[in-house]
Design a protein around this ligand. Structure first.
Ligand code: 13P
Length: 253
């Protein structure tokens, strides 16, 4: 059975003290996370050691990195590799967030390399896809997202693809307060699963968690997560507020 996942993406926010305080307060209000669920905190890399210390002993709670370099090591000043994160205890890495694609020029070809780097060391890529507003307005979002999946993921074997978590994040809904309706989310999530199924078969497609991201908040999480192909959320702004993210975790099915 695929996991239901509430993933926080703190992006480039919070001082060290604020990050520690927020995690303390979130963990304090967390009830037990059952084995079919996961809670993941994608924190700024510099805060990973302290965050790992804080979640010690919490079942089904993980710390993630927000990006990694595609190479294992070498002369790449300022970069951090998937291997380095794994050696520090972090085995989930967000790959291809739309902000990385937009502000840092990350292409599907590069993201394919990053996904490989993460899988090579048996870590979990949280692979982001999603269309900009113009594509949604033209009604071609399915083809757009399908191309992202084909270009960045479809070289993987069936075994490998089951290790990937997919996050569908329509760019027009990120940080805008504008959420996809639950019907819009379900429609494209079902489409993503059908694309996975046509390449890998229905059994494999059914094992892959597909998260929705884009202005998820306490007020819409239950409805979004109750859709059959929405397996949780990747949450930006609302993950910085204890009461909001706690309610989002509690909305997991
Ligand atoms: P918001 O929840 O702030 O819209 O951000 C979504 C996101 O980008 C998560 O990765």
């Amino acid at each position: 059975m695929r996991k239901q996942i509430a993933a926080a993406n703190w992006k480039m926010n919070l001082s060290q003290q604020e990050a520690s305080d927020l995690l303390t307060s979130l963990l304090g209000s967390l009830s037990n996370i059952n084995d079919n669920q996961q809670v993941i905190f994608s924190v700024p890399s510099i805060y990973i050691p302290q965050a790992l210390g804080q979640i010690q002993g919490k079942a089904n709670v993980f710390i993630a990195a927000q990006n990694c370099h595609q190479k294992a090591n070498g002369a790449f000043t300022g970069e951090i590799s998937a291997n380095m994160f794994a050696s520090a205890g972090v085995k989930h890495i967000v790959i291809g967030h739309s902000e990385r694609r937009e502000y840092f020029g990350e292409t599907d070809a590069l993201l394919a390399e990053k996904v490989n780097a993460v899988l090579e060391i048996s870590s979990t890529p949280i692979f982001c896809c999603g269309e900009p507003l113009a594509i949604r307005e033209a009604g071609t979002q399915n083809a757009f997202v399908e191309a992202q999946l084909i270009n960045a993921l479809f070289h993987l074997t069936a075994d490998q693809i089951t290790q990937v978590v997919i996050a569908y994040e329509p760019i027009w809904a990120i940080g805008t307060g504008k959420t996809a309706t639950s019907a819009q989310a379900q429609e494209i999530h079902a489409y993503i699963r059908s694309v996975l199924s046509s390449k890998y078969g229905q059994d494999i497609a059914n094992q892959i968690s597909i998260l929705y991201g884009g202005s998820v908040k306490a007020a819409n999480a239950i409805e979004l997560f109750s859709q059959p192909d929405v397996d949780g959320g990747l949450v930006g702004g609302a993950s910085l507020i204890t009461s909001e993210f706690t309610a989002i975790i509690n909305a997991l099915q």
